[in-house]
Ligand binder design. Structure first.
Ligand SMILES: *Cc1c(COP(=O)(O)O)cnc(C)c1O
Length: 393
């Protein structure tokens, strides 16, 4: 990968080292410089192309899956998937190890669907055997929702072993692959699931404005009438699209146009494997550089996703996160605050239109920012390392 691809005119924008919205290619932004009629055949063809390409990315070659785009941010699509795929008398096991798992549980609570929780805290992964034990003990559970990459810590959860535990007990798996789909394998031929959800502004590198559910057609057919909501009804949106080729309500036309350009760049890069490989290089270069400065990651290498990485704040008394943030921003890089409850941390995203050369500049900016703050060691407090030791236990 040459850096030329990433040498787009940046117009003074900082790089977004965040898990979406993220830094997009110039051509993706440029694709929005035109208006489309939502009912027009040209736009209907764009919607169809988008859906066909996403189903192909999921590995479906037998026509068993459909893609249903849904207006709104990613959470709207999670809510639509849960409310549509889970019957009103169903019960969901939520696998939580961070903010997005807890949000799924909260979504079910608000819509009044029965659910139960395995809560692993900030970052411990839910494992297949414990999921199996809970399913064996509670035959009322019909569905399980897992978070693929829990973006609050950056942990890549073991969805393959979870899928096996769920399928072998005849239950149905829903996956929030918001921050992983397009860069981490979620092939329907290798991992059995009923439906998954992602959005335009994560690993496909589009701009925000819609999410999408990729679901088994048999499950979609069976889901008619389940939804708690008029607009967040995946079945109704799917049925309308099959019939008319149109979205039920005003579609984010410019966002769809940008997304098609983002999909074109995704394909040029080598699809899921190529995109995942660039993100993994971004992570490896960035993590190695940060560790050289004395920073420590929350997670052991085994659990580090190529999406976003959590670092402990240095223990040095001169380190103040808000100042570090501002100094990084002055140098052209927007980082992300941490979301852990026990120890202070911050996050650096690896996704978006950036390559390893840019990640080296991120590390240099971190080094310069530390020295401007008078922090001569980025080592975390002992309590942080003690917390991390629990992950290995
Ligand atoms: C980004 C994200 C979401 C959706 O968040 P929105 O702010 O609604 O787009 C859901 N789950 C995960 C794991 C995410 O990373």
């Amino acid at each position: 990968m040459t850096t030329d691809l990433f040498a787009d005119p940046r117009m003074g924008e900082p790089f977004l080292l965040t898990p979406g919205p993220l830094t997009t290619a110039y051509s993706v932004k440029e694709a929005m410089l035109r208006d489309w009629g939502s009912w027009d055949a040209d736009f209907r063809a764009m919607t169809k192309s988008l859906c066909d390409q996403l189903v192909a990315l999921a590995g479906d070659t037998k026509g068993e899956f459909a893609c249903v785009p849904m207006q709104g941010s990613g959470s709207f699509s999670v809510e639509a998937m849960l409310g549509t795929m889970v019957p009103r008398d169903g019960k969901v096991l939520v696998l939580a190890n961070g903010a997005y798992g807890l949000r799924a549980a909260e979504t079910l609570r608000v819509m009044g669907r029965a659910h139960t929780l395995i809560d692993k805290g900030d970052y411990l992964p839910p494992r297949g055997d414990e999921v199996g034990r809970v399913l064996d003990a509670d035959p009322a559970i019909t569905h399980v929702i897992a978070i693929h990459c829990e973006t609050s810590s950056g942990i890549l959860n073991p969805v393959a072993e979870i899928a096996e535990a769920v399928a072998s007990r005849g239950r149905k798996l829903l996956i929030d692959s918001m921050s992983a789909f397009g860069a981490v394998d979620l092939d329907v031929n290798r991992i059995r699931y009923e439906a998954m959800v992602s959005s335009a502004n994560k690993c496909i590198e589009g701009v925000p404005g819609f999410g999408f559910v990729i679901a088994r057609k048999t499950a979609l057919e069976a889901a008619k009438g389940n939804a708690h909501s008029l607009s967040l009804d995946v079945h109704a949106q799917w049925a309308a699209m099959v019939k008319t080729g149109q979205w039920r309500f005003t579609p984010p036309t410019h966002v769809v146009a940008a997304f098609l350009e983002a999909l074109r760049l995704h394909q040029i890069e080598g699809g899921v494997a190529g995109r995942g490989a660039r993100y993994a290089r971004n992570r490896d270069v960035m993590v190695a550089g940060m560790r050289d400065l004395g920073f420590e990651t929350l997670l052991a290498d085994r659990w580090l996703s190529p999406i976003i990485v959590t670092f402990f704040n240095p223990a040095h008394p001169n380190f103040v996160f808000s100042r570090f943030y501002d100094l990084m921003k002055d140098k052209g890089f927007i980082i992300y605050p941490g979301k852990l409850t026990v120890v202070d941390s911050f996050r650096v995203g690896c996704i978006g239109r950036m390559d390893e050369a840019i990640m080296r500049r991120v590390v240099q900016a971190a080094a310069d920012s530390l020295s401007e703050m008078g922090v001569n060691s980025a080592a975390p407090p002992a309590a942080a390392l003690a917390e991390r030791a629990k992950l290995a236990a």
